[in-house]
Design a protein around this ligand. Structure first.
Ligand SMILES: NC(=O)c1ccc[n+]([C@@H]2O[C@H](COP(=O)([O-])OP(=O)(O)OC[C@H]3O[C@@H](n4cnc5c(N)ncnc54)[C@H](OP(=O)(O)O)[C@@H]3O)[C@@H](O)[C@H]2O)c1
Length: 323
């Protein structure tokens, strides 16, 4: 089978190679999925670059999520059937024609959920869902978020509508402002505008009830100044690749909490029933159309170079998928 592998960390376009590898046979408790679609997420690219929290043994097949169809069952696997659609949680190596995974890590996909939506449910929508849970945002409360035009950001905007909390999004491109207002954000500001912090203070008098930051650097630090006393900011990304510059005085006088969120860690700590409940509820919200993750383009595995280059462009309207 074909697998998109890397033998050393580096620039994805330089180190990834589409290689022919043996089709793996499932051992006891395992299943083999025929992969149908996978998104290209920042974490996939960071892992190939060698700067992600999960470092596989090399050579490794890239890709941390995707949708598959079961094509072989190992001994002792019950409750799953060949031909069934499934999502592997915590997978490594989805950018291949097939993936071997423990059956215990699989979640069934509702029949009515479109392939391009299911393929990207397990990383970004689940992260948005869990962060909103952890922040305990109630009706009318304000969440401020950076990188609001990201897949996670767009799900948080839609979750605000579902759960009744308000979202203020920060974006770096002026064109993203109207797009996110159309999606239902309560306020969107471009950090290009020198007055953006003043405008946030006008939109959210008294400060935000919570914040989530995926950018870091000075922006992440500025967001702490926009919290109301006692509020929490979750840091879940470092897109600027700059160290988060936290203002010590603001942390103290606002008695603010800043802590990290990492989905991989949640998966390790959550009980099987907590994982099951989160997935069932999330997939139901996606199937009903309340949560939609846009797709900008799809490429076949053979055209992976075009796909990876496209995924690295700024100003995308949605995910790039490898089909
Ligand atoms: N901690 C976790 O468990 C976890 C789980 C899932 C995702 N994440 C992280 O969440 C973040 C978003 O992921 P995603 O897949 O939702 O993103 P995405 O859909 O690929 O979109 C990335 C967004 O970030 C914006 N952006 C990129 N670099 C930026 C910078 N330096 N300053 C400001 N904005 C910037 C882009 O802006 P433009 O629209 O202007 O190009 C784009 O809107 C990533 O950092 C990812 O690693 C973390």
């Amino acid at each position: 089978m074909k697998a998109l592998r890397f033998h050393e960390p580096g620039d994805p376009l330089a180190v990834l190679r589409l290689e022919e590898v043996p089709l793996p046979e499932p051992g006891p408790g395992e299943v083999r999925l025929r992969m149908v679609a996978r998104p290209i997420n920042p974490s996939d690219l960071l892992q190939v670059q060698g700067v992600y929290g999960r470092k596989p043994t090399l050579p490794a097949t890239a890709g941390l999520e995707g949708l598959g169809v079961i094509e072989a069952l190992g001994d002792g696997v019950t409750g799953w059937a060949i031909g069934q659609r499934a999502l592997p949680m915590g997978a490594q190596g989805t950018w291949a024609e097939a993936l071997l995974t423990p059956a215990s890590n699989l979640y069934p996909v509702p029949d009515n959920l479109a392939e391009d939506q299911a393929a990207q449910a397990v990383v970004n929508p689940l992260t948005a869902w869990l962060m909103a849970d952890q922040l305990g945002l109630g009706p009318g409360q304000w969440l401020i978020q950076s990188a609001a035009a990201s897949a996670v950001g767009k799900v948080l905007i839609q979750l605000g509508h579902l759960r009744g909390f308000k979202t203020l999004g920060l974006v770096r491109r002026p064109e993203a402002v109207q797009e996110l207002l159309d999606l239902g954000a309560d306020a969107v500001l471009c950090t290009d505008d020198p007055n953006w912090m003043k405008q946030v203070a006008e939109c959210v008098p008294g400060g935000a009830h919570a914040a989530v930051d995926a950018v870091g650097g000075s922006l992440g630090g500025e967001m702490v100044k926009l919290l109301r006393p006692g509020a929490t900011m979750l840091v879940y990304g470092a897109l600027s690749m700059e160290p988060l510059q936290l203002p010590g005085g603001q942390l103290i006088f606002r008695t603010a909490t800043v802590r990290g969120f990492w989905l991989t860690d949640w998966k390790k700590r959550a009980t099987p029933s907590e994982r099951e409940k989160a997935m069932v509820d999330l997939l139901a919200a996606m199937t009903s159309g309340h949560l939609v993750v846009p797709v900008e383009a799809s490429y076949p595995l053979d055209h992976w170079r075009d796909a990876v280059a496209h995924a690295q462009r700024t100003g995308r309207s949605g995910k790039v998928l490898i089909r």
